[in-house]
Design a binder for this molecule. Structure first.
Ligand code: TXA
Ligand code: MG
Length: 354
């Protein structure tokens, strides 16, 4: 194998066979590698190596009560980590339906954990989170290494998830050996986390796979507990403040957003282009000149051209990372409609605002 040439971009390496093999070697040696998935970039370590898992928690400054997701590259690997025989029969059937339809893809399943899986991975819970990502580079990296790669999103705890290698480098570049560059993430929000260990399947985190699609396949899902309610601590990703930009974020309904005045030092994130255009027309019309309108509109954005929640989710973290670099005093964000990926977008915006 060729020795890696020094990257012109620090620790970022374009995905190819050589860099994938090198990354896999690092994982097998207990090191950490950041890699692309279709949702967000992950910070990977060997799921069966407790020392590597400890490094993940340390590098992210993640509290050890917040368990990690294991990434596999074939559905059959599920049985190395999870024990389906401990599920109720109905949920066992639902697990088969879900993996058959939605794997590989942005769906994480919570299942009973096998005793061989280090307890640290699951923060001592009797369960394990499993996901089979669809990104080809992720699949190869997992296959070339140990077949089971633990990976949280590759960001410091509580901060915005990375959807580009540069986001990872800016946040964690100093503490990891390698960031694999697979370009921008297609889905742009994290996977949907579905717990199959209770009586009724329960969505612990809305994400890249909409609830509607899950329910169309397996029937009704239970509501996740809110913070403070019993069970909420079971998925610490449900912590109220999370996915947060450094800039203060204020969440608005569409109506509130339409009525905001323009201030040069504030940023505006509309859900779709039409709502942005009508606000611009209103705010900058000759009859209604705003106090502060000398035309600098660098802080005005929309998530989707035409109200498509899939497109909007794909741009959400990307735009938040960008806005965060503009030095504005606050970000006004408009809530998304509740259906489809709107649930995941609003979940992230609510936590970013908390
Ligand atoms: O799309 C994704 O899921 C990305 C990419 C990299 O795959 N990963 C990701 O990981 O978002 P992370 O660690 O940022 O979020 C994992 C979520 C957390 O909310 C965690 O609390 C929850 O999954 N989780 C993990 N294991 C769990 C378990 N055994 N029971 C309940 N929740 C669990
Ligand atoms: Mg995360």
């Amino acid at each position: 194998m060729k020795v890696l040439e020094a990257s012109p971009h620090g620790v970022i390496y374009r995905v190819d066979e050589d860099t994938l093999r090198k990354a896999a070697e690092l994982l097998c040696a207990g090191e950490l590698v950041a890699f692309p998935t279709e949702t967000v970039y992950g910070l990977g370590g060997d799921a069966f190596n407790a020392a590597a898992l400890a490094k993940i928690f340390d590098v992210k400054k993640r509290p050890r009560f917040d368990p990690l997701i294991v990434h596999i590259a074939e559905t059959g690997s599920l049985d190395r980590l999870g024990d389906l025989s401990l599920l109720e029969k109905a949920n066992r059937e639902k697990a088969a339906l879900l993996t058959g339809r939605f794997w590989p893809g942005p769906l994480t399943l919570i299942l009973p954990r096998r005793p061989e899986v280090p307890a640290l991975l699951s923060s001592g819970l009797p369960t394990v989170a499993l996901r089979f990502p669809s990104h080809p580079a992720a699949q190869k990296l997992i296959t070339y290494s140990t077949g089971a790669v633990a990976a949280p999103s590759a960001n410091s705890f509580g901060r915005l998830s990375p959807t580009r290698p540069e986001h990872v480098e800016a946040d964690l570049g100093g503490s990891i050996a390698m960031i694999l560059d697979g370009g921008p993430c297609r889905v742009g929000v994290e996977s949907t986390v579905l717990d199959l260990t209770g009586e009724l399947p329960r969505i612990l985190r809305p994400g890249g796979l909409p609830r509607e699609e899950i329910e169309a396949l397996i029937g009704k899902t239970a509501q996740a507990p809110r913070e403070g309610e019993a069970g909420a601590r079971l998925s610490p990703g449900m912590l109220k403040s999370h996915y947060a930009p450094r800039t203060t974020l204020i969440l608005h309904t569409g109506k509130e957003m339409a009525e905001l005045p323009f201030r040069q030092n504030e940023a505006y994130l509309f859900f779709d282009r039409p709502s942005m255009e009508s606000w611009l027309a209103e705010t900058f019309s000759a009859q209604n000149p705003p106090a502060d309108n000398d035309g600098d509109r660098e802080g005005i954005f929309y998530l989707s051209e035409n109200g498509d929640t899939v497109e909007a989710a794909g741009r959400l973290f990307e735009i938040l990372h960008h806005v965060d670099g503009l030095g504005k005093t606050c970000i006004h964000a408009e809530e998304a409609p509740p259906g489809g990926l709107g649930a995941a977008i609003n979940d992230r915006l609510i936590r970013a605002a908390a």
